[in-house]
Design a protein around this ligand. Structure first.
Ligand code: 4NP
Length: 158
């Protein structure tokens, strides 16, 4: 399984989501699940995550400092099983660029994981410490839900 986390800049929410997911996947022994992240925008391509995102993740046990931002490419729709977005704008942008027939791979992270129907992870870029902590709570809840779901599915097909 290959999961791509997507936000606007790929320096705050999606690298935090990738960090939370990687931490929980590895703790559950699900190292065969592949993760990556990308931004719908390319302004920050090549950059490390925002230092506030790095600090927040580190406070929760995840080191995301080595991640580098990149812009979403059309090939991602072929390479990944699911493209999980932070908010409705990301989802709209993704569906607009999806190859015909693959639009359904783009979903909201909180919705797809079962955390909140139609739920969004708000952009913390112009916010402060509490906004980043809120992002972590949301993406980590999604990460836990994704791991539970994969474990339940593996158990039922065993
Ligand atoms: P992200 O946050 O989408 O969670 O990575 C943002 C980062 C940068 C910008 C916007 C949102 N920006 O406008 O540069």
């Amino acid at each position: 399984m290959k999961l791509l986390l997507v936000c606007l800049g790929n320096i705050c929410r999606s690298p935090m989501a990738e960090g939370a997911l990687r931490l929980r996947l590895d703790a559950a022994g699900l190292d065969w699940v592949r993760t990556d992240s990308a931004g719908t925008g390319g302004w920050h391509a090549g950059e490390a995550p925002d230092r506030r995102a790095v600090a927040c993740a580190r406070g929760h046990g995840a080191d995301i400092s080595a991640l580098r931002a990149r812009q979403l490419r059309v090939a991602d729709f072929h390479d990944f099983d699911w493209l999980l977005c932070a908010d409705a704008r990301n989802l709209r942008d993704l569906r607009a660029t999806a190859p015909a027939g693959l639009e359904g791979k783009a979903r909201l992270l909180l919705d797809w994981s079962g955390v909140a129907a139609g739920g969004e992870v708000p952009d913390p870029y112009y916010g402060g410490h509490d906004d980043f902590e809120r992002v972590w709570r949301l993406v980590d809840a999604a990460a836990q839900a994704v791991v539970d779901r994969i474990c339940a599915r593996s158990a039922s097909s065993a």
